[in-house]
Design a protein around this ligand. Sequence first.
Ligand code: ADP
Length: 332
Amino acid sequence: MKSRLISSATLRLAGTYLAIMLLMSCGFSVAMYKMSSREFDRPAPRLQLHQDDRLGGDLHDIFQDRAEQSRRNLLVGLLLLNGSVVVVGGLLSLLLARKSLEPIENAMEAQAQFVSDASHELRTPLTAMRAVNEVALRNPKLSLAAAKEVIQANSEETIKLQQLSDNLLNLAKQEHAVPPQLTSVELASVVTAALNQVIPAAQAKKIHIDDAVSRSQVIANEAMLTQALVILLDNAIKYSPAKSQIWITNERRGNHELLHVRDNGSGISPKDLPHIFTRFYRADAARSGGNGYGLGLAIAQSLVEQQAGQVSVASQLGKGSVFTIRLKRSLS
Ligand code: ADP
């Protein structure tokens, strides 16, 4: 359903368009009427016909009548023209106003959807915490061990909530951020920085990450590229079985450099693949293990796009995935 704000903005914009059209059409009509009137008001030639002055006078009257008739016809024609401008122009203005406001309407709808998704995600852990707390409070013989369990459960949910709010803040910041400063960045040093952040998670699952990135410079923002790579590596670790392997490689493609993160993890089904970069989309809640909010890839995509790059994915369910960051090569 159209929001009231958009509906009234559409009407106001359509009104403005129509007013402009009417102003132009009335201006044109007045100018045309004035010019034609000047011609009509020009004295008709009094014809001097041989010995018959009366015939000359009659012709003069006929000319005058014709001029008067034409003036009336012109007036009616111009009124009809302006009338049709009101009708046709009104419809056209409405169409034009709708078209002009369509992107704003879409953005507002996306924003509303985002807020509703975010509220839903915030509610889930809050409801869980409240339920656990209420059960504990209703128990008059709550032991110390049981109380500790409640605190532990609450603490886990709080960590999730903090992650979610960090991610939401991250997305909001990126949306309103000024364009980042792009410089020549050494790909290998970005990979090293990202690896330093994900090694503990990889070690916890005994996953080996193979870094085979060769020396290459890209046009990027070092911190943002590192952050995007950390997200891809985090996912690769999260969706891979224990004791598996992840590969980071790069390849030159014309003026661009491709950075691949490949895993032998769960893979993504063709049905889910087109949606995984959408905020809050999770391919399979069970597989995701309730761990994550479906914001990581949306953030990674936004980060890379701000560096004039793209993120893409190729995946086979049950076999693994390759996420690729494509950036412009730096020639310096
Ligand atoms: P999440 O927090 O759920 O990981 P993301 O936005 O990072 O959110 O990812 C969206 C979804 O894409 C995930 O829920 C998961 O189903 C899928 N996905 C992302 N990366 C991988 C991967 N390396 N292997 C398999 N599935 C993945």
